[in-house]
Design a protein around this ligand. Structure first.
Ligand SMILES: Cc1cc2nc3c(=O)[nH]c(=O)nc-3n(C[C@H](O)[C@H](O)[C@H](O)COP(=O)(O)O)c2cc1C
Ligand code: SF4
Length: 519
């Protein structure tokens, strides 16, 4: 039997040298006359261990990392191919506590399979969800997704099954499935990871969505900053088509479904669903007023399901294991698992998939191991650039849509960005307003003008210009943006600003208010 080792070609691994390490192993195997296959996988999501090299052994995959080119000969001399001990030994990868503590439903195969191989996907339970979907038919698929309690992972948390039902209930006509892979939130990379590491799961999820609502065509809109994800998706779409899993009569059934990959041009607002649809239609990415909902009048004026990558990639396991199995994980109205992304100044950054309900403190201190700088954690921003900053006092907040909303925060796409005690929260608040001013599509006044005025106000406050009066104006402006903006870009920018001001007033030269939410 040929020995096999596994090295990721995920962007996060490539940028710390995975390609060079793979080349060094290839050369070393040639030189030593060893017959070893190097399988290029996605990442397991433990980025501090990348480049991670895994060796296939009867007892499971044995890991070594982070491996650099200079380590290659030493590893082979230490008997790495037989699972030999070395200073970079990590033991059985599945036993690494960080991985073992997770509940990997959506990321089940990520980091394990060859993302370019349809055969490998099928060998790891791939297309079992589609098989079940074809057995039960469109109506039952929608009900299974409703039962699972799956809520949109793009940020708004809208129930996916209800959205699908709305599109399914529109009269038969050309309908579309659009996958939102714009992933513009700071500190997020789960969409990228799954597209690079397990692209077929997204294709399967979109295919099931197509059957459920009567759509025959899908588009994945991927941000242009993700060239590796674009390449991985394009290869997987080609392979799926070749294997009869896309196109006419998919998997020998009566259903047709095909899809295309589209690259965005790089605007944060193009992640907003209606703006994305405009962009897909070849127009400037500007938000559309709602109603009509995209479910009724979406892409090219036709009923459209638009879902985040993670929402769609969770569907195959919901179908294969059943809605109740998925719903069993989580808390309250947040059901199933969430692929949480730990980023910023954090010791153990990466992807941690777990049932909703874990606390913010557990994620940052325990799983993330605190800051990379070794300094105390001062603040975390959860949910991207429009998410609130939480201080330590709020670390008992469970990861749950409602619990975060009750504390004026949001979980968004599940990104957590950690800051140590050197952060200046007034600068962060200014940045939120500045970001909004730069990224605003310009359609509505509270966002277009409000964000520019917001930057000026924060500047005046930090300079001590008429501070008390300007603090009142800032709060008033935030309320205008929150309640008067057409979409969540202008509507949520007040969250990082007001949370910074509420929890860290000393950075603005203001007095601390009572922390109502923490009491
Ligand atoms: C400014 C802005 C940016 C957004 N960016 C994204 C994004 O990058 N990816 C995403 O899935 N949803 C994003 N959303 C949310 C989408 O509008 C929409 O809610 C989502 O695609 C629906 O899919 P879901 O129900 O599966 O979450 C954004 C929203 C706003 C207002
Ligand atoms: S809130 Fe901003 S991004 Fe959204 S529609 Fe208004 S101007 Fe455009």
């Amino acid at each position: 039997m040929t020995a096999r080792i596994f090295i990721s070609r995920d962007s996060g691994a490539l940028c710390v040298g995975a390609e060079q390490v793979a080349t060094a192993f290839r050369k070393a195997f040639e030189k030593r006359g060893l017959n070893v296959e190097i399988v290029r996988t996605g990442s397991r999501g433990m980025y501090w261990l990348e480049p991670l090299v895994e060796v296939e052994r009867p007892e499971g995959r044995i890991g070594y990392g982070p491996v650099q080119v200079k380590d290659v000969d030493g590893l082979l001399d230490a008997g790495m191919l037989d699972g030999g001990k070395h200073k970079l030994s990590l033991g059985r990868v599945d036993d690494i506590p960080w991985l073992k503590r997770q509940t990997r439903l959506t990321f089940y195969r990520c980091g394990i399979v060859d993302p370019r191989s349809l055969e490998d996907y099928k060998a790891h339970k791939g297309y079992e969800g589609l098989k079940k979907a074809l057995q039960v038919g469109p109506k039952a698929i929608v009900e299974e997704v409703v039962t699972s309690g799956l809520r949109g992972r793009g940020g708004a948390g809208f129930p996916t099954g209800i959205k699908w039902r709305t599109v399914a209930d529109t009269p038969p006509q050309q309908k579309y499935i659009v996958c939102n892979a714009d992933e513009g939130d700071s500190g997020t990379f789960a969409d990228r990871m799954i597209m690079e590491g397990d692209p077929f799961v997204l294709i399967e999820g979109m295919t099931i969505a197509g059957i459920a609502v009567g759509a025959t065509k899908g588009y994945v809109y991927i941000r242009s900053e993700y060239p590796h994800a674009i390449e991985a998706m394009e290869i997987a779409v080609r392979e799926a088509r070749k294997g009869g899993m896309l196109g006419r009569r998919i998997a020998g059934s009566e259903f047709d479904f095909d899809m295309e990959v589209r690259a965005g041009a790089g605007a944060y607002v193009c992640g907003e669903e209606t703006s994305l649809l405009e962009s897909l239609e070849g127009k400037r990415g500007e938000v559309r007023a709602k109603p009509p909902l995209p479910a009724h009048i979406g892409l090219f004026g036709k009923p459209t399901v638009i879902n985040n990558v993670l929402s769609l990639a969770s569907v195959p396991i919901i179908m294969s294991e059943g809605g109740p199995h998925y719903r069993d994980f989580g808390m309250g109205k947040s059901r199933g698992t969430m692929p949480i992304q730990l980023a910023g100044n954090i010791k153990h950054g990466g992807l941690f998939e777990t049932g909703f309900g874990i606390t913010l403190g557990e994620l940052v201190d325990d799983i993330g191991g605190g800051t990379r700088s070794g300094r105390p954690v001062r603040a975390v921003q959860v949910g991207g650039p429009l998410g609130a900053y939480f201080p330590r006092e709020l670390f008992d907040t469970p990861f749950d849509y409602e619990a975060f909303a009750a504390r004026d925060g949001l979980i968004g796409h599940g990104g957590i960005v950690v800051f140590d005690d050197t952060v200046d929260m007034a600068k962060q608040a200014r940045f939120a307003m500045e970001f909004c001013a730069i990224e605003s599509c310009g359609k509505c006044t509270p966002c277009r003008i409000g964000s520019a005025r917001g930057v000026e106000l924060v500047d005046k406050i930090t300079k001590g210009e008429d501070r008390a009066a300007n603090l009142i104006v800032l709060e008033d402006l935030c309320n205008t943006m929150k309640f008067g903006s057409l979409c969540a870009l202008g509507g949520f920018t007040p969250y990082p600003v007001m949370s910074a001001l509420t929890h860290f007033p000393e950075d603005f030269g203001a007095e601390k208010k009572r922390l109502a939410a923490a009491e």
